[in-house]
Design a protein around this ligand. Sequence first.
Ligand code: ADP
Length: 539
Amino acid sequence: MRGLMQDWPLLCHKILDHAALHHGGREVVSRSVEGPIHRTTYSAIHSRARRVAKKLHANNFGIGQRGATLAWNTWRHMEVWYGLMGAGGVYHTLNPRLFPEQLAWIVNDAADRMLFVDLTFLPLVEKLRDQLKSVQRIVVLTDAAHMPDTPLDAEPYEEWLAADDDFAWCAVDENAAAGMCYTSGTTGNPKGVVYSHRSNVLHALAGNMPDMLGLASRDRLMPVVPMFHANCWALAYVAPLVGASLVMPGSKLDGASIYELLDQEQVTITAAVPTIWMMLLQHLQETGHELPHLERVVIGGAACPRSMIEIFESRYDVSVLHAWGMTEMSPIGTICTLKPELVDLMGDARLDVQEKQGHAPFTVEMRVTDDDGNELPRDGKTFGRLKVRGPAIARAYFGNEAEVLDEDGYFDTGDVAHIDAHGYMRVTDRSKDVIKSGGEWISSIELENLAMGHPGVAEAAVIGVHHMKWDERPLLIVVPKSEDAPTRETLLDYMRPQVAKWWVPDDVVFVDEIPHTATGKIQKTALREMFRDYRLPDG
Ligand code: ADP
């Protein structure tokens, strides 16, 4: 017997229809790439997204074809994102921080037909144009007045848009591709993750439940996480889905610019990687500014240091939502909100929970296994391979339909983690970053978080370096703050009482800068290369 409910496909552009109809007047504020603050509404974005779709259709852009964007978070990027899907196409967000050769490789691999580019990245596209074999048309996300001279055969977006919005979204299956995002490719070439309409809609619904992101129409959300990073952490869907106002930061992501928007636009919730929040906190410390409007900050993409959680919550009265996920998971895997049995915890016991990456929403099945695939106990200490299963989790990569799942249908995240009895997961490492000392594992992330707790440490990274006796031992690499810079000994003395003796790093080196990946994470591969020949004191 079959159910007798309507066949209502889960399509991403229906989210924008809903926003226009029920929250049409809600504001979308952007710092434009040209400079001034721009204000629009969901209703206007809906109309202009249909003009995008109408023009794509007129340009013979067919179902399933890819349109790439090389752009910051702005209202125009939203219009293109939804317009591409509404035309039956697939948005493909490009990360401009990747190496140019990698970008060209990705565009060709995805066979992108259209390229929408911000003014900032036009010089990059001019250099790469000859290598972008599949791209037939380039549209610059600006108006005629700001269109620079360019050797490219490119049009300004405002001129390119169709003259009216008289267009019905193309009918596609809910399992059709809607978006693409490539992984950063720290090993080998980047891999294309392909989201479907259905996976994006389910993921936005699940990721926004009350114990997850929990956004509501009264919220004013600023996604500092770029739309090109891991499907924008679902935020380009969640905000219109609930009718929350959006504040888009454009190209300026420094502490002062972020603070200005948080304050002037009375943002209630914002999201980004820890590096962004380090810059904001430094700015606040230097200027003495406060965060009276901000209620919640989502911190993910890399482990959030304990000290950062403490400063946001105790000093600025902003709740931290520590989040974990990955491009292949659309990307939300877990969010750390406090369940009722933990909500009364105070002080260190509370931070011990908040430092974890959190618990999973419905639609994410999560478990930890040993190398043979046996599930490990949920005891908050036994760690192993973290594996996930669900309707918004990749089963294969673009161009290769072969499934990348284990025999139980789980995707191996490449993270090492443990899960506790309450369901809270803690990432202890990437499997390739874990330090193997005498056959035992040492968590580089835990040591980094610990070092970051020292008031004189601006940033810390821990890598394993070769050791004659133990195979590998931890080396702590630190960017000191200009004031209160610690010495090797004061730092190790600070760490000693807080970790097992054999976890204490064998040495500390001070550097001016730690290299980061295109998505703002510590680039361990580069550090390992830099310290390849490093000799430990007794190594
Ligand atoms: P990229 O490298 O392009 O940023 P992803 O966003 O997909 O790609 O990276 C996912 C990985 O980032 C995860 O597998 C995990 O190793 C790491 N990560 C994400 N969030 C956290 C977190 N809160 N704590 C620790 N690691 C995290």
